[in-house]
Design a protein around this ligand. Sequence first.
Ligand code: BG6
Ligand code: MG
Length: 217
Amino acid sequence: MQIKACLFDLDGVIVDTAKYHFIAWKEMAAGLGFDFTEKENELLKGVSRMRSLDILLEIGKITKTGEEKLRLAEQKNQRYLEYVNQMTEEEILPGVAKFIDDLRSNGVLIALGSASKNAPLIMERIHLAEKFDAIVDGNSVTKAKPDPEVFLKCAELLKVKPHECVVFEDAQAGIEAALNGGMKVIGVGSPENLSLADYLIPGFKKLDYELLSKWYK
Ligand code: BG6
Ligand code: MG
């Protein structure tokens, strides 16, 4: 198979914003009177903001009205943005920029497929947008991962077929989204939650186009 495009998740793959999401949700849980652990945070990875809030409230066994939930989600986002607004390109995870350059010089198209509504702001802060041929984020999709919509939209914009795409994901919901879309998928991070991926990498430092081509020849 020839790899025509690589589709990257943002949070936890290109930058470690998962830690900022976690801090903001943990603070909110504390304010509501319960503890929220790092293990429970795994359930929120790749999941939309409102769905994340629902999961958090379920963990705390708390019921809120629709209006209160909108207010809480906005409050969480404001706290999260305090961290995002301080981000620079130094926060791009090791090896990511070099790997993307290597892919581009081998003619591979690059897209972002993120659930985050803050993705455009983050991409601007880390100065990476110009390397991407397409950006699809939480503002332009209606169905959240594990639905494949976000990645299928990327393929459509790039004019490539799903089976010609390799997705990079750190979350189970994202891995399932890629598989549901008929794409190849590489899990980034620790093996516990990523068992469905074709391959697992701890990060991008040791990955290049040549190795990727061997994996998917
Ligand atoms: C995903 C993150 O990329 O974006 C989730 O993995 C997050 O943790 C989701 O909830 C939505 O992000 P945002 O920035 O729109 O609140
Ligand atoms: Mg992610």
